[in-house]
Design a protein around this ligand. Sequence first.
Ligand code: FMN
Length: 197
Amino acid sequence: MFPSTDLQGLWENIWHELTSAVRDRQHPFRLPAVATVSPEGEPAVRTVVLRHVHSEQRRVDFYTDARSPKVKHLQHQPRASWHFWDPSRQVQIRLMTQVTLHRDGDAIARQRWENCPMASRLAYAKEIPPGQRMKDSTEDRLPSLDDHPGEQKGQENFVVVMGSVDQIDFYEIMGHRHRRAQWSMTRAGIHGEWIAW
Ligand SMILES: Cc1cc2nc3c(=O)[nH]c(=O)nc-3n(C[C@H](O)[C@H](O)[C@H](O)COP(=O)(O)O)c2cc1C
């Protein structure tokens, strides 16, 4: 259960928990499911690591490989829906976002790459692109640290997927009395309201 009883307090609870999840590896919001739509119109959902939350700018992001199918989806349709579930508090949060992709040469991608530990960078230096068919599961492996793939190897495949939140749906299970609220963000401002569950 989230502590606040009013919409403003609930809004603050939501952003506080999302922000905490970036630092706290045990936080259930650290591993959201993110849904995209393929160019063929097929929905696709997968788990990602929540890497950054900017509550004032209402932004959330994760990192991925430029060669992965989800990047093609987002190039075609730059919208993503994020799903967070906290079983101990019985809270579901869904975010709708407009997405921008930040890649090499871009200041945001460069700065995040600099802060990425070497071991995590190696995943982007893999030769076989994500999603490619293989004869054997062992064909795909991380380049060895001993190979000294270099500080920048893999950087060309590193993408920051930045979601600008324009809708939040909050749903809390509380025995027989649930709570649901929604906020929409437009140029005119933020509008929050209680919603029937
Ligand atoms: C716990 C967990 C965390 C993951 N984190 C990420 C991530 O941060 N970024 C990412 O691209 N894939 C991540 N993955 C893999 C994705 O869930 C997905 O399987 C993969 O990226 C391929 O997605 P796509 O084919 O839709 O592009 C993670 C998987 C698990 C199980």
